[in-house]
Design a binder for this molecule. Structure first.
Ligand code: GUN
Length: 280
């Protein structure tokens, strides 16, 4: 048996096009401010890609590059200025932040109406209360891929592997809201393999290269691999051993080209959502 490959590149390209079509009809240009502190190489690449994709979709995106030594007070002052700027609809502070800065305090300083990452406690609370407005981009992308793959979630046994605030917990909330029966597993879970084998939908987001083996996967399960891990030989792999899993699963996302491209596309969608909600 060979799994259907869920093509995130293609789904993301269509979503970016639909965002561009929406922005073209708006009487204003949605604004996105991305804040990058320091020069972490991976963050620098992500931020450049966000900027490009946003501008291509008709969003006025700008990146504020602050030095590594930026103090918390300086960053909070920047956030306050962006909160007050009527042309800015979305604010994204790229994580991780340097050690002298308390990321939690920075996220809490962002106007929840402009929090396109969906990390502010107000947006987290709304998500868990079933009243989501701005939802974290990666789990939102996971849900869109499941929808594209034609997966019916109602009553399904879903396993989320990983309990981060950025992916695992919000993914579990979205799956619950879609009427799946959700288990969250993590590094302290006893017999992870057995938990995985029960899952009809498996979302892997632990950041451990090829942790999930083919014999952990139920026949015909849908596997969404959020992990992006670089092996010593330079190859990029997910949290799932793809070749093994693809012989068992019903459908699976590749790495790269699965969830990754969806994250930025969902950020663009969140920016338009925030802009329309703010400006009517
Ligand atoms: N760093 C890694 N992923 C993310 C994300 O989704 N948002 C932000 N702001 N930073 C990140």
């Amino acid at each position: 048996m060979t799994a259907k490959i869920i093509d995130g590149k293609q789904v993301a390209a269509r979503l970016r096009e639909s965002v561009a079509a929406r922005t073209a009809l708006l009487p204003f240009k949605p604004g996105l401010a991305v804040v990058l502190v320091g020069e972490d190489p991976a963050s620098t690449v992500y931020v450049r890609n966000k900027d490009r994709a946003a501008n291509a979709a008709g969003i006025a995106a700008s990146t504020l590059r602050l030095p590594m030594e930026t103090t918390q007070a300086e960053l909070l002052a920047t956030i306050a200025r962006l909160n007050a700027d009527n042309d800015v609809d979305g604010i994204l502070v790229q994580l991780p932040l340097p050690p002298q800065i308390d990321a939690r305090a920075v996220i809490e300083a962002i106007d929840p109406a402009k929090d396109v990452d969906g990390f502010h406690p107000v947006n987290v609370g709304r998500l868990h209360d079933g009243r989501a407005t701005l939802v974290p981009c990666t789990p939102l992308g996971v849900m869109k891929l499941l929808a594209e793959a034609g997966v019916s979630l109602r009553g399904t046994r879903a396993l989320v592997l990983g309990r981060s605030s950025i992916v695992g917990k919000p993914a579990a909330a979205l799956l619950t809201a879609a009427d799946a029966t959700v288990t969250i597993a993590h590094s302290r879970t006893r017999d992870l393999a057995a938990e995985c084998r029960r899952a009809e939908v498996l979302v892997a987001a632990v950041g451990r290269a090829e942790l999930v083996r083919g014999d952990w996967i139920a026949t015909d399960a849908v596997v969404i691999d959020v992990g992006i891990n670089r092996l010593p030989d330079g190859r990029l792999v997910g949290d799932v051993a793809f070749d093994e899993a693809a012989t068992v699963a019903g459908a699976i996302t590749p790495v790269p080209g699965g969830v990754g491209p969806m994250t930025i596309a969902c950020l663009l969608e969140n920016t338009v959502t925030a802009a329309v909600a703010r400006r009517g």
